[in-house]
Design a protein around this ligand. Structure first.
Ligand SMILES: [Zn+2]
Length: 643
């Protein structure tokens, strides 16, 4: 009885085809100019008008008034090839998915030479053209190259790169695109109006989203919604339920809870999502989408009028408030975490658990030490300082305080390595105990905050310093490395000049075994600069370049005699235990590393006089780079080769 919407509203002319102007305009012009090619390739995602366009082209070519971009619509070919017409004997649609073999191609070739029965042209529309076999294409090649004058080809495919080049080069290629949300929405509104179906405007963005750029999918979804609509028309709540999206009010609630740092509310909302029978992945994806919308709204205040967001005005208003309360750094971090989490959720047996973990991570920027977390914390602080001005001052101010306890653990640990501060207690204690206050104490307390600031680079080493198993069986000892040292240095220099600068200083190769190579640094600062800049990785690669061996680079500091060239074999006992750092383990026991186990960290006072809080103790021998890295927490982002 009732025709599916996507068939009923199939475009009949190029002018009616939505959102593919890059194709329809030149094609219509070619028809107008009478410059019609004999073979076309229509490529693009499914459901965005390729086959419809092929039929329109056939209709335009065979219309009795044609060829014309505006087929008359009343002649026999026009009716036959119209959206609801029965089709024409001279327009042959072939689904290559089932008829792509060489036999089909041969049969097609034989029939191709017969003149059209009733129309001007005989037109082959070959759908899913990438499914035509190589032999099939070869059988067609001659025909496509020199077709009889009454013959036209339209190849349609989602994967143009799989259509063999010899065919492709003989066609005019028109790429179709996914439809923009605005275009889809316009199409939906028009059809609903023509159908006389009432609808809540807030339901349309859901359909647009579900369609993901495909007009056919959009109309199929709309069909279903229209079918299920009562006299009230299409309602938001039904659309949300049918399409399985998370209700916007629930998203509002979660985002507000995140903005306020209200952990109880977040987990409560998650609980209701699960109890409501929603898929945690769907929820996470919807929340990610919301974070994206908020980021856009934060950057482009009039995003809604520009068409970057599609939501009803009251929703936009709520989102605007959320965007100011969360801030770009926190939003970006939350989006990252959810994006990452969505990948992890694929195939997990307990998506709910994972969802809760992602929420927990998002709530606690203080528990992480990466830059995004620090930025998020900084942003909270700034908002906190600006205070009151933003909407909802009370819940804006209390939550950061509530969130700060979790911020403590990472920063509170440095306390043990700081027995020295006891000697000069005043500035350091305040700075070290609370991550939240360190910012305000910045000016005078810069020394106190130095260790935490310096720690991220130190902790960044583990990913880069990931232990690599000794791949090569080559036997290498200290002497061999020393012999090849100049070449190794050259290789390092080519890769990264800073690493080379450190290595040409007071550094010795003290030990080489099957898995690792140990370097002794005369100066503590050089060692830290070396590992925190990832130079150990550079050296590791250089070793592989020059000697063809994989050795994990370890560093030891202190004791080694100064003035030694790398060629001199130091005694491994000298730079012994206390400060031995193992990059893969993030070099924990180094003196001012907050992650260090307190018990083990106190002895490191071993290389004795390093007091992170006392400028007087800064190693006078620190070079510029190491000084910046150690004292200011600087980090090499990029190098410019000026040579
Ligand atoms: Zn006509």
């Amino acid at each position: 009885m009732s025709l599916a919407l996507y068939r009923k509203y199939r475009p009949a002319t190029f002018a009616e085809l939505r959102g593919q102007e890059q194709v329809t305009v030149p094609l219509a012009q070619a028809l107008r100019n009478g410059r019609v090619h004999h073979a076309y390739l229509f490529s693009g995602p499914r459901g965005c008008g390729k086959t419809s366009s092929a039929r329109i082209l056939a209709r335009s070519l065979n219309c009795e008034q044609g060829p014309t971009p505006e087929p008359c619509g009343v002649c026999e070919p026009c009716i036959a090839l119209g959206p609801t017409g029965p089709g024409s004997i001279d327009v042959i649609e072939i689904d290559a998915a089932s008829h792509g073999g060489v036999d089909d191609a041969r049969e097609l070739r034989e029939r191709a030479f017969f003149a059209p029965v009733t129309s001007r042209f005989r037109i082959y529309i070959i759908d899913e053209a990438h499914m035509v076999t190589r032999e099939g294409f070869n059988a067609l090649l001659k025909l496509v190259e020199e077709p009889p004058p009454h013959l036209k080809f339209v190849f349609a495919t989602t994967e143009p790169e799989k259509v063999i080049g010899t065919i492709k080069s003989r066609t005019h290629h028109y790429p179709f695109r996914l439809l923009a949300p605005g275009t889809l929405r316009g199409l939906l509104e028009e059809i609903l109006q023509q159908e006389g179906v009432r609808y809540e405007p807030s339901a349309l963005p859901l359909v647009v989203r579900a369609a993901a750029g495909s007009a056919r999918d959009a109309l199929t979804v709309l069909d279903q919604l229209v079918a299920g609509a009562d006299e009230g028309g299409i309602s938001y709540s039904r659309a949300v339920a049918l399409l399985g999206y998370t209700d916007a009010s629930l998203l509002d609630e979660v985002v507000n809870a995140f903005a306020a740092g209200d952990r109880a509310a977040v987990f409560d909302a998650v609980d209701r999502v699960i109890e409501g029978g929603h898929d945690p992945r769907r929820f996470a994806a919807d929340l990610l989408e919301r974070f994206r919308d908020l980021l856009v709204l934060g950057a482009v205040p009039d995003a809604d009028s520009k068409g970057l967001l599609d939501a009803p005005p009251d929703e936009i208003e709520r989102m605007r408030d959320q965007a100011t309360r969360m801030g770009p750094a926190e939003l970006a971090r939350a989006a990252d975490l959810f994006h990452q989490g969505l990948t992890e959720m694929r195939g997990t047996t307990s998506p709910r658990l994972l969802l809760e973990l992602i929420c927990a991570r998002t709530l606690l920027p203080g528990a992480a030490t990466d830059e995004s977390a620090l930025l998020a914390r900084l942003e909270r602080l700034e908002r906190h300082l600006v205070g009151g001005t933003g909407g909802g001052a009370p819940d804006d101010s209390s939550p950061p305080a509530a969130a700060s306890p979790p911020a403590k653990p990472p920063t509170a640990k440095p306390a043990p390595p700081q027995p020295p501060p006891a000697r000069q207690p005043a500035p350091s204690t305040s700075g070290a105990t609370s991550g939240a206050t360190s910012g305000s104490a910045s000016g005078a307390g810069s020394k106190a905050s130095a260790p935490p600031a310096a720690s991220p680079p130190a902790q960044r080493t583990p990913p880069t310093g990931k232990p690599r198993e000794a791949a090569a069986a080559g036997q290498v000892d200290v002497a061999a490395v020393q012999g090849a040292w100049p070449d190794i240095l050259e290789a390092v220099k080519r890769r990264r000049r800073v690493a080379w600068m450190i290595l040409v200083g007071d550094v010795q190769v003290v030990e080489v075994d099957d898995t690792s190579l140990t370097l002794a640094f005369a100066r503590d600062g050089d060692m830290k600069g070396f590992t925190s800049s990832g130079s150990d990785q550079i050296l590791q690669q250089a070793l592989a370049d020059v000697l063809g061996v994989q050795r994990r680079v370890q560093t030891v500091a202190g004791g080694a005699a100064s003035g030694g060239s790398p060629g001199r074999s130091g005694n491994p006992s000298g730079p012994a235990e206390p400060t031995r750092t193992d990059p893969p383990q993030s070099g924990p026991p180094s003196t001012d590393d907050p992650a260090g186990d307190p018990g083990a960290a106190s002895p490191p006072a071993g290389p004795p006089e390093v007091d992170p809080d006392n400028d007087a103790d800064v190693d006078p021998g620190l070079t510029g780079m190491a000084l910046i890295q150690q004292e200011l927490g600087g980090q090499i982002i990029d190098e410019i080769d000026n040579s």
